[in-house]
Design a protein around this ligand. Structure first.
Ligand SMILES: [Zn+2]
Length: 392
């Protein structure tokens, strides 16, 4: 039966037709993105190994700033489609539409956090914007994969080269190389997927609410808490990604009390209220307007009406992208420290000599002062900040 199916799907004509279509699709993408490869893509190359060699040359001859994510994606498709063809020849293929598989970019947890470290394109942006990109459990690349999947070893070698370059690079070049590395690492999974499609592809797209969000938190030698969670409030970039996709995520999680994501969104709301509402009312309003999809120019007007201050559009954007996520992340860290040193470990506490409040003896709450006995100023950070504000 299996034999019969394969025969039906992959007669000679089918192979030719598809290749033609794939080539055209790649050419079209190149034109759309206005990309002219350093060396013309050669579609007569039939094996992924040959195509991989060509791609390596193209990458070598292209300045890193021109190697956009889109460009690298097209190049990786160019390789993967050849793999497709070779597989078809060997009649190994079980699905009839590989384009779908190729578009479903496999992402390991390692890849995910890399993305998130990179800021703008967090996984939540990916979920919200591209329904083809799915969230799947970690898949690792095994030595067996490297030995059996065409082109994978070359890709691994190329990654090692770029990693070394990245280490030595600085500034914008480093950033671009890092971006490239992330893409290349992900391409490994794209390749593996195309070659050995995992079973769970047939179960369809996993939604945000089925993602487990457990985390393990450690406090480093500077007293800063860190989380190994897929999503953590301690990281401003994660917060930013959550905020940018707030409506979608909230909608996804709504009413699903049995999921981590429901509580994540509830906690986020609570954190926003506690951090911004009283102390940063203009940030609070800005956040609400943003979540409701308003444009910066409109928000500028609304804030002017309400608070009497005309903020520049650039400043609003920086508040939304940087300051607000940072404020929320810092508050989350402080909350954790207070909780930890109240319930888990006996922390040192001290009373501020100005406001009289008892706070954790920690550089989040008291600035460091080498000349004092306990290493901190006697007046808490909040009081010190108020003082300097008054002076100005
Ligand atoms: Zn104080």
């Amino acid at each position: 039966m299996a034999e019969l199916e394969t025969d039906l799907l992959f007669d000679g004509e089918d192979i030719e037709d598809n290749t033609e279509q794939n080539n055209e699709a790649i050419e079209e993408q190149l034109i759309q993105e206005e990309i002219k490869p350093a060396i013309k893509l050669d579609y007569t190359l039939e094996t992924p190994e040959e195509r991989n060699e060509l791609v390596k040359k193209i990458i070598e001859q292209t300045p890193p700033e021109r190697l956009t994510n889109k460009y690298l994606e097209i190049l990786s498709n160019y390789i993967v489609f050849a793999m497709d063809k070779e597989e078809r020849k060997q009649k190994k293929i079980l699905t009839d539409n590989r384009m779908v598989t190729v578009n479903k970019r496999e992402t390991s947890f390692e890849g995910l956090s890399d993305k998130l470290e990179n800021g703008e394109d967090g996984i939540y942006n990916m979920i919200a914007n591209d329904k083809n990109i799915i969230f799947t459990p970690k898949i690792s690349i095994t030595p067996e994969d490297v030995a059996t999947i065409p082109g994978l070893k070359d890709l691994r070698d190329a990654i090692t080269v770029v990693e070394a370059e990245c280490k030595a690079a600085t500034g914008k070049r480093k950033y671009l190389l890092k971006k490239q590395l992330i893409e290349m690492r992900q391409d490994q999974y794209v390749m593996k997927n195309a070659y050995h499609p995992p079973m769970y592809f047939s179960h369809g797209v996993k939604s945000f609410t089925s993602v487990s969000l457990s985390e393990h938190i450690t406090i480093d030698e500077n007293g800063v808490p860190h989380s190994d969670g897929l999503v953590t409030f301690f990281d401003p970039k994660h917060i930013s990604a959550l905020l940018c996709n707030y409506s979608k995520l909230k909608e996804d999680a709504w009413g699903k009390f049995w999921t981590d994501s429901y509580y994540l969104m509830e906690d986020l709301d609570e954190l926003i209220e506690r951090t911004l509402k009283d102390d940063y009312p203009y940030c609070y309003d800005l956040l609400i307007y943003k979540i409701n999809g308003k444009q910066n120019t409109e928000i500028q007007e609304l804030l002017y009406e309400k608070h009497g201050i005309k903020y520049s559009v650039e400043y609003l954007s920086s508040l939304w992208r940087n300051k607000i996520p940072k404020l929320l992340a810092e508050q989350a860290q402080e909350d954790y420290l207070v909780w930890y040193y109240t319930t888990q470990e006996h922390g040192k506490w001290k009373r501020c000599s100005k406001c009289g409040q008892v706070k954790l003896a920690h550089n989040r709450f008291f600035s460091k002062n080498k000349t004092s006995k306990d290493g901190f100023y006697s007046i808490c950070k909040d009081c010190r900040n108020h003082k300097t504000k008054e002076k100005n």
